[in-house]
Design a protein around this ligand. Structure first.
Ligand SMILES: NC(=O)C1=CN([C@@H]2O[C@H](COP(=O)(O)OP(=O)(O)OC[C@H]3O[C@@H](n4cnc5c(N)ncnc54)[C@H](OP(=O)(O)O)[C@@H]3O)[C@@H](O)[C@H]2O)C=CC1
Ligand SMILES: N[C@@H](CC=O)C(=O)O
Ligand code: NA
Length: 368
């Protein structure tokens, strides 16, 4: 069987689930032998220098006792050299949220390394980086790039958008709930059928973090930027030239006095002092017979994006969401008034890792 080499940077919530799913896949695969040659966390890494492959059953203890790292200055040059010296195709899996790693994607891709990632930074920061990634991937001998889990975690959002566009449909509007964290917060704190024992907003934020739904720093969810990044990715893939994820108005849920918090921990402690503020928003919606939810919308024709809180009728699909569910409605020329809808868990380690592994399998299927 042909041998394929996998290098994994980032082994937190998503990364751990990914390694476990990859291990099971490798044992089942009858088409490829998979050799994992690198696993890296923020300060420590393990490498299979002879390319024979790491032991995926013991990687956690192996990495804990390792004295190696792939931090700068060994990243990116030495890492790239190590990967491009492998005796077969290499797939880099970036399970971090690092902007610095994303900035190097064009170099890895133009050297023929394939890339799969749930990290939104490369595709939603500057438009130049987004274009450079796709240019490097499309160049002769460039690696493939897939990033399904950057929007809606494992839900088939980007593949659906690609199919719609490739088959000649026209995207009119994409809207819905794009954040697993925001969905969990509002479904828990302002549910459709309140029991009276709902926890305060700040306690729900702590729970969302515990459950692995938030970004490494939950302020990146609460300030609306995570949703803005997802809409930037959808807008760019729909052909709009969005220069930055901050190019349009974003409603932040970070209380003004907490904008200067110096750490996520300090922010979370301070947030409890502002539960009354968001309670008022919830009560105002209830007094209109509605529920409040955090949503995003992309109007492709008008080139407009909006991100923020909106009240929803209690009978609407958005009001009835549960857990960390996302709901993404594609309005297109062919589908007309009745949108094509993708719905389900939009955050969590296992469902995100599934999206990343699905992308890795897409690369395997394309290898000669
Ligand atoms: N959680 C979710 O539901 C979803 C997450 N995503 C995306 O998946 C990615 C990972 O999220 P998640 O697993 O939750 O985050 P975690 O914080 O749990 O994990 C991040 C991992 O990246 C490692 N890391 C950070 N910086 C570097 C670096 N410079 N070099 C090497 N390793 C580094 C961390 O190291 P260390 O272990 O040492 O801290 C950690 O292992 C993010 O981009 C996120 O946006 C996308 C969809 C859903
Ligand atoms: N923090 C994000 C994770 C997935 O992108 C979310 O809550 O949706
Ligand atoms: Na997805």
């Amino acid at each position: 069987m042909p041998k394929v080499y996998v290098a994994i940077i980032g082994a937190g919530g998503v990364g751990k689930s990914f390694i476990s799913q990859l291990n099971s896949y490798a044992l089942r695969s009858k088409k490829h032998t998979i050799s994992t040659i690198l696993i890296s966390r923020s300060s420590k890494a393990i490498l299979s220098r002879d390319y024979s492959g790491l032991n995926l059953a013991t990687w956690e203890s192996d990495i804990a006792s390792s004295s190696v790292s792939v931090k700068p200055p060994s990243f990116p040059d030495e890492t790239l050299k190590f990967l491009t010296s492998a005796p077969g195709p290499v797939i880099l899996v970036d399970n971090t949220s690092s902007e610095a790693i994303a900035a190097e994607y064009p170099r890895f891709l133009s050297s023929g390394v394939h890339l799969v990632t749930p990290n939104k930074k490369g595709f939603s920061s500057s438009l130049d980086l987004f274009k450079a990634i796709y240019a490097a991937s499309g160049a002769q001998n460039g690696g493939y790039v897939f990033h399904e889990a950057t929007v809606g975690a494992g839900l088939p959002v980007l593949s659906t958008l690609k199919d719609l566009i490739d088959t000649g449909d026209e995207i009119v509007k994409i809207e819905g709930v794009f954040s697993g964290t925001m969905s969990y917060l509002f479904n828990s704190f302002a549910p459709l059928s309140p029991s009276g024992s709902e926890k305060p907003f700040s306690a729900c934020v702590a729970e969302a973090r515990e459950l692995g739904y938030t970004e490494p720093d939950p302020r990146d969810d609460l300030n609306g930027l995570d949703v803005a990044r997802k809409l930037t990715i959808l807008a760019r893939l729909s052909g709009l030239q969005v220069s930055e994820p901050t190019s349009f108005p974003i409603q932040s849920l970070i209380p003004k006095p907490l904008e200067s918090a110096t750490s996520a921990e300090e922010f979370l402690v301070g947030l409890a002092g502002f539960d009354g503020e968001i309670d008022k928003v919830k009560t105002a919606a209830e007094s209109e017979g509605a529920v409040v939810r955090y949503v995003g919308s992309l109007d492709v024709g008008k080139g407009e994006v909006s991100v923020g809180l909106r009240n929803f009728d209690r009978g609407s699909a958005i009001a009835g969401l549960k857990g960390s569910d996302n709901i993404i409605s594609f309005y297109t020329r062919r589908y007309g008034e009745r949108a094509m809808i993708v719905q389900g868990a939009g955050a969590g380690a296992e469902v995100t890792a599934m999206g990343v592994l699905g992308d890795l399998i897409k690369v395997l299927e394309r290898l000669k």
